[in-house]
Design a protein around this ligand. Structure first.
Ligand SMILES: Cc1ncc(C[n+]2csc(CCOP(=O)(O)OP(=O)(O)O)c2C)c(N)n1
Length: 333
C-alpha cells in the first residue's frame, strides 16, 4: 500500500505512527501469549481474542480523554490495554489471581478498572449498552462534560437493549459514542443471515443519531473519525454512532471450529490486517526507519514477559473470602 491511511484530520507524524503501531502490537502479542497460556491451562474459562480488530480500540482510545468512560464487551483485552490498565494487572486477571484488576473475580471477560474509568468487560451480548446510557445520564444530570464510549459487536444489533439504548440516548440527548465493531460474524452467524439491514449505522440513523461507517482496519481512519465524532458529542451533548468495519482473524473463542467461513476469506482479510497495513505504509513513506519495528517488538516482548511473571507470582484468593462481594457488605440507608 502506498497511499496514506485516509481520513479527514489524521495526526500523522513519525512519533504518532510509531505510537499507534506499538499500541496495536501490544494488543496482538499480549493475546498471542494468552492463546499459548490457554492451551497450557494457565488461563481457564473462556477466551475471546481481538486479533485483527486492534485498529478499532487503538484509534478510538487515542481520541478519548482520561475522564471519559469506557464500556466494552467480552472481547476487551485490547481495549483494556490501550486504555492504560497495566498489562501486569490484566494478565493477573486472566490467571484469576488476586493481583488482577478485578481481583481475579472477573477473568478474561470481566476486566474492570475504576481508576481508568474502564467499566468492563461484559459477557452479555448488548449488556454494556444500557450501562453506557446510565453512565452518560449520570454525567448529564450532574453537568459533567464527559463522554461514555461504548464498544459492542454487530451481533448486539439483534438485541432489544441495542434499540432501547439508542432510543434513550437520542431522546434524552446523552453524550455517548457508540462504537460498533462490525467483524461480520456473531459467533457462527454471518451478518446477512440475521439482519435485513446490514449497514448497522443506518439503524442509528433511524433513531436520529448522527452516524457513519469507517474502515476499521485502518487505525488512522478510525482515529480521525473518532476525533470528529467526539468533538461533536462534546459540543452538542448528543450521541454519535461509529460503525467500524473490521474482521477477526481468529476463531470466535477457543472452542470454535469456524465451519461458517472459508479459510480463503480469512487469508484474504489477513492481507489487509491493521498492523501489516500501517507498517507497510509507514515503511514506504519513510515514517518508520530500519530498526524501528524490531525495537518496538523487543519492548513489547519484555512487557509481555513481565506481565506473565507478575501473574505467575500472584496469589489465589483464600477460600475464606470467596463469598465476599457476593452481597453488599453493609446496607445503605
Ligand atoms: C444475551 C446473550 N445472548 C447470547 C450470548 C451468546 N453469545 C456469546 S458471543 C455471541 C455473538 C456476539 O457477536 P458480536 O456481538 O458480533 O460480537 P463478536 O463476538 O463478533 O465480537 C453470542 C450470541 C450471550 N453471551 N449473551
Amino acid at each position: 500500500m502506498t497511499e496514506p491511511p485516509s481520513g479527514t484530520h489524521p495526526r500523522v507524524s513519525r512519533e504518532h505512527v510509531l505510537h499507534l503501531l506499538a499500541q496495536m502490537i501490544r494488543i496482538r502479542r499480549f493475546e498471542e501469549k494468552c492463546a499459548e497460556l490457554y492451551t497450557q491451562e494457565k488461563i481457564r474459562g473462556f477466551l475471546h481474542l481481538y486479533i485483527g480488530e486492534e485498529a478499532v480500540a487503538t484509534g478510538v482510545m487515542e481520541a478519548l480523554a482520561p475522564d471519559d468512560a469506557v464500556v466494552a464487551t467480552y472481547r476487551e483485552h485490547g481495549h483494556a490495554i490501550v486504555r492504560g490498565i497495566p498489562m501486569t494487572k490484566i494478565m493477573a486477571e486472566m490467571y484469576g489471581k488476586q493481583e488482577g484488576c478485578s481481583h481475579g473475580r472477573g477473568g478474561s471477560m470481566h476486566i474492570f478498572d475504576a481508576g481508568t474509568r474502564f467499566y468492563g468487560g461484559n459477557a452479555i451480548v448488548g449488556g454494556g449498552l444500557p450501562l453506557a446510557i446510565g453512565l452518560a445520564l449520570a454525567d448529564k444530570m450532574q453537568k459533567r462534560r464527559r463522554v461514555t464510549a461504548c464498544f459492542f459487536g454487530e451481533g448486539a444489533a439483534a438485541e432489544g437493549e441495542f434499540h432501547e439504548s439508542l432510543n434513550l440516548a437520542a431522546l434524552w440527548k446523552l453524550p455517548v459514542l457508540f462504537v460498533c465493531e462490525n467483524n461480520r460474524y456473531a459467533m457462527g452467524t454471518a451478518l446477512d443471515r440475521s439482519e435485513s439491514e446490514t449497514d448497522i449505522h443506518r439503524k442509528a440513523e433511524s433513531y436520529r443519531i448522527a452516524s457513519q461507517a469507517v474502515d476499521g482496519m485502518n487505525v488512522v481512519d478510525v482515529e480521525a473519525a473518532a476525533r470528529q465524532a467526539l468533538a461533536a458529542v462534546r459540543e452538542t451533548g448528543a450521541p454519535h454512532f461509529l460503525e467500524c468495519r473490521t474482521y477477526r482473524f481468529r476463531a470466535h473463542s477457543m472452542f470454535d471450529a469456524q465451519l461458517y467461513r472459508d479459510k480463503a476469506e480469512v487469508e484474504a482479510m489477513r492481507e489487509h490486517g491493521p498492523i501489516k497495513r500501517l507498517t507497510e505504509w509507514a515503511e514506504a513513506t519513510h515514517f518508520i526507519h530500519a530498526g524501528d519495528l524490531e525495537r518496538v517488538e523487543a519492548q513489547v516482548a519484555e512487557e509481555v514477559d513481565t506481565a506473565v511473571a507478575f501473574a505467575e507470582a500472584g496469589t489465589w484468593e483464600p477460600l475464606e473470602t470467596l463469598t465476599r462481594h457476593v452481597m453488599a457488605e453493609e446496607a445503605r440507608p
